[in-house]
Design a protein. Structure first.
Ligand code: HEC
Ligand code: HEC
Ligand code: HEC
Ligand code: HEC
Ligand code: HEC
Ligand code: HEC
Ligand code: HEC
Ligand code: HEC
Length: 196
């Protein structure tokens, strides 16, 4: 008859012996004041999640009593939509930092929209302008092919004999701090910079 009280025993809670909740300090007590999740569960996230998404310690906006890892949340309420390959990435992969399978750090409100927070900038900063990353001018979240890039939108149109030239004949390997990368930015686009 527990489900006639204001606190229904569902999922994980229905497998918990009565005494875990009702036998405290060597005596039975059936009057329990406070049946919000935080009355019994510590706020695991502390200050990692901003108040916009976590008002009044309300766990139920994301969690149920099934398991803590089964989370429901409409990510479109943030400025970062989960598209392409990101759709199948688990929340914890982006929001927790693990060391030996233990969560050592949570990142929620501390994240911004920059791809390089989680992915290597293989271009070594060539496509960062005034601190803004331009990754999405060329890439989508489906793969790292430069799908959105059109060479003819640059200052240098690829036509005539150049159409048969391999990218890497013009875009040479460069090194910076011991890391090699392809030099895509070419300052001097005059014929004479490549041809005698
Ligand atoms: C996960 C914790 C939890 C478990 C497990 C649990 N209860 Fe409860 N129980 C509560 C809470 C919280 C309330 C207070 C509900 C409310 O505010 O109406 C409650 C209320 C009650 C009440 C009503 C008290 C009253 O004055 O109305 C009884 C009786 C009770 N529980 C018996 C049991 C029995 C028997 C079991 C095992 C079959 C059990 N409970 C298992 C948390 C639990
Ligand atoms: C009256 C105390 C009480 C309240 C209120 C309560 N819980 Fe629990 N809950 C427990 C206890 C006790 C356990 C078993 C021990 C443990 O895992 O902490 C448990 C276990 C769980 C588990 C399973 C944990 C696991 O390791 O599998 C989940 C999930 C959970 N609770 C979610 C919630 C959510 C969500 C709320 C709010 C809707 C809530 N609980 C409210 C007492 C409570
Ligand atoms: C805005 C959404 C949100 C709210 C609100 C929220 N959580 Fe979470 N919580 C998450 C996400 C995301 C995870 C990671 C789930 C996963 O493993 O992929 C998580 C995981 C957890 C875990 C499991 C950690 C582990 O060891 O894997 C616990 C415990 C937890 N939350 C407790 C709480 C409690 C208690 C509250 C309320 C005080 C709460 N959460 C409120 C989003 C939320
Ligand atoms: C591919 C990575 C990725 C995945 C997967 C992901 N998130 Fe996020 N999440 C982000 C980024 C990036 C932001 C920051 C957006 C911003 O700055 O507005 C964010 C923001 C959030 C915020 C807002 C935090 C705050 O305090 O402002 C919440 C809550 C959140 N995510 C919950 C979740 C939950 C729940 C899941 C699983 C269903 C999830 N996220 C999956 C990358 C991810
Ligand atoms: C908060 C962390 C986070 C941010 C921010 C983020 N990603 Fe991801 N992304 C991931 C994770 C985790 C995966 C899945 C594991 C992996 O493949 O690296 C992933 C996967 C991908 C993949 C699939 C890779 C593959 O090999 O299949 C692409 C493409 C991608 N992200 C593009 C982007 C782009 C573009 C941005 C910026 C708009 C971005 N990501 C921002 C965490 C993030
Ligand atoms: C102007 C277009 C452009 C921009 C902007 C851009 N990229 Fe690229 N990216 C490329 C091209 C071209 C390649 C090479 C594809 C190939 O080798 O087939 C590439 C390849 C990649 C690869 C795959 C490397 C590999 O070895 O497979 C990653 C990862 C990547 N870019 C990340 C980023 C990130 C992160 C940003 C933002 C900081 C970014 N890119 C911005 C054009 C761009
Ligand atoms: C014949 C020489 C040549 C070939 C072949 C060539 N490029 Fe370029 N590329 C250039 C020059 C010159 C620029 C500089 C144009 C500019 O700054 O607007 C450039 C610029 C770029 C940029 C940077 C655009 C930006 O926003 O700064 C990328 C990315 C790029 N090329 C990718 C490629 C890829 C991928 C290929 C092969 C499919 C390729 N290029 C083939 C000469 C070439
Ligand atoms: C960023 C370097 C670069 C720039 C700038 C450049 N080219 Fe080229 N061009 C190449 C490369 C590499 C090849 C292929 C190798 C070769 O034939 O030298 C090539 C091939 C050619 C060929 C074919 C040569 C042959 O023997 O078949 C012609 C013609 C040509 N370029 C003309 C031009 C003209 C005209 C300009 C200025 C509008 C120009 N190129 C600017 C790199 C460049």
């Amino acid at each position: 008859m527990h489900n006639e009280t204001d606190f229904k025993l569902t999922f994980a809670h229905s497998a918990i012996p009565c005494n875990v909740c009702h036998f405290k300090e060597q005596k039975w007590s059936f009057k329990i004041s406070g049946n919000k999740c935080v009355s019994c569960h510590a706020n695991f996230h502390e200050n990692a999640i901003s108040n916009n998404f976590f008002d009044e310690n309300n766990c139920e906006s994301c969690h149920s009593t099934k398991t803590w890892t089964n989370v429901t949340f409409d990510h479109n309420k943030t400025k970062f939509q989960l598209t392409g390959k990101h759709e199948n990435v688990s929340c914890s992969n982006c929001h927790f930092v693990f060391e030996n399978n233990t969560i050592i750090k949570q990142k929620f409100s501390s994240l911004n929209l920059n791809c390089s927070q989680c992915h290597d900038d293989v271009h070594q900063g060539q496509f960062i302008e005034n601190d803004k990353e331009l990754c999405e001018n060329c890439h989508t979240t489906n793969n790292w092919q430069p799908t959105l890039f059109d060479h003819n939108q640059t200052m240098f149109i690829i036509d005539g004999a150049h159409q048969k030239v391999d990218c890497f004949e013009c875009h040479k390997t460069n090194t910076k701090n011991g890391i090699s990368f392809v030099q895509y930015k070419i300052e001097d686009i005059r014929c004479i910079s490549c041809h005698s």
